[in-house]
Design a binder for this molecule. Structure first.
Ligand code: FO1
Length: 337
């Protein structure tokens, strides 16, 4: 439900600029960042979003970065509001022509306007630019109003391990996008592998942004396939654990169901209950080797307890930007005790 109470300003950024770091995935991460940006603009606060790259995929010779693009398009005002991903006023001529060639994969929707970003990105990568430089270049077009950093410039791809039907004990792996889009996340996942993450380094600026943060927020994104790959990059989890700033997570689960997407199917593979408490325990208390200094859950999940983590229950539905701003203000209030 939309909230009626006025948005309060957080206790930050009064004199010198403050630094807010947000770990985020795609569509939900972009919508959350709309609220973060609005609160930050009113409070002399700079925002750095560290975005998941595990969904990235090579298709038709192009490097596609769905989460970076969803955040970019959402903050840039270009996202299609119904789909959440891709661009508004889209046309699909190239996709139709690819279908005429029976070019595979046919299950991934590439819009004509969206293709421009993939062409530019792939071209710049081929010229030797890192993904973070390429992202900065794309930001000149969309002006997202926050600093967007990929978690890593090194290729990371989330793969899903599933059972082979009719062959007991045999497994196969597929790219996350194939599992998500082609199979609608219906094949029971046995495991998620963040391929390339172990050898990856944080993108330039990521450790520095975390070290300089006054508050770190973990967006209500899918904890397994959006936040998981970010934390799997060696150095990022450590930088978070070391940083002096409070780390506040916002639950992506309300009343036992994902706010958006199919996080329930991802959590099942990890044996984690699909609940605000389950995801809170998965992230864990910083004092116990986890990450959280605070966990914001929806009012419907009150009371929720997570071992050694202060929990605040407030409305968490991102129904509009004002509601999302209120969530951010609540998260900052939790950060400031
Ligand atoms: N999601 C779909 O459900 N179907 C698609 O055909 C599709 C195409 C697509 C193209 C570009 C892009 O940036 C995102 C796209 N998405 C599509 C969204 C994406 O697969 C997922 O929602 C995210 O990776 C999960 O965060």
């Amino acid at each position: 439900m939309p909230r009626s109470r006025p948005v309060m300003r957080p206790r930050m950024g009064k004199d010198s600029p403050m630094n807010l770091v947000v770990l985020a995935g795609g569509v939900g991460g972009g919508r959350f960042l709309l609220g973060v940006r609005a609160v930050a603009q009113a409070a002399n606060t700079q925002v750095t979003a560290i975005v998941n790259t595990g969904d990235d995929v090579w298709l038709h010779g192009l490097r596609i970065c769905p989460d970076l693009d969803s955040v970019l398009y959402t903050l840039g005002g270009g996202a299609d509001p119904a789909r959440g991903w891709g661009l508004r006023d889209e046309t699909w001529t190239v996709l139709e022509e690819l279908a005429a060639y029976q070019a595979e994969p046919s299950w991934f929707g590439l819009g004509d306007r969206d293709l421009a970003a993939h062409l530019v990105r792939t071209g710049l990568l081929a010229r030797g630019l890192g993904l973070s430089d390429v992202t900065e270049f794309l930001c000149r077009r969309w002006r997202p109003g926050v600093r967007l950093l990929p978690a890593s410039d090194d290729g990371i791809e989330t793969h899903v391990v599933v059972a082979v039907e009719g062959r007991a004990g045999e497994t196969r792996r597929l790219h996350f996008q194939e599992w998500w889009i082609r199979h609608g996340a219906r094949l029971p996942a046995l495991r998620f592998d963040y391929v390339g993450a172990e050898e990856a380094a944080p993108a330039p600026g990521v450790p520095e942004a975390i070290a300089a943060a006054d508050v770190v927020l973990i967006a209500p994104s899918n904890p397994v396939v959006s936040i998981g790959p970010i934390l799997a990059v060696p150095g990022i989890r450590e930088a978070l654990r070391r940083c002096p700033a409070p780390i506040i997570g916002i639950s992506p689960i309300i009343s036992g169901a994902p706010v958006r997407g199919m996080a329930d199917r991802c959590l099942a593979a990890l044996g984690v209950p699909c609940s605000a408490a389950g995801v809170g325990e998965l992230l864990g208390a910083r004092r116990n080797g986890g990450l959280l200094d605070g966990w914001l859950v929806d009012s419907a999940d009150d009371p929720t307890t997570v071992r050694d983590v202060p929990v605040l229950a407030r409305p968490l539905w991102m129904t509009d930007e004002a509601a999302t701003q209120a969530i951010v203000v609540d998260a900052l209030a939790l950060a400031h005790g």
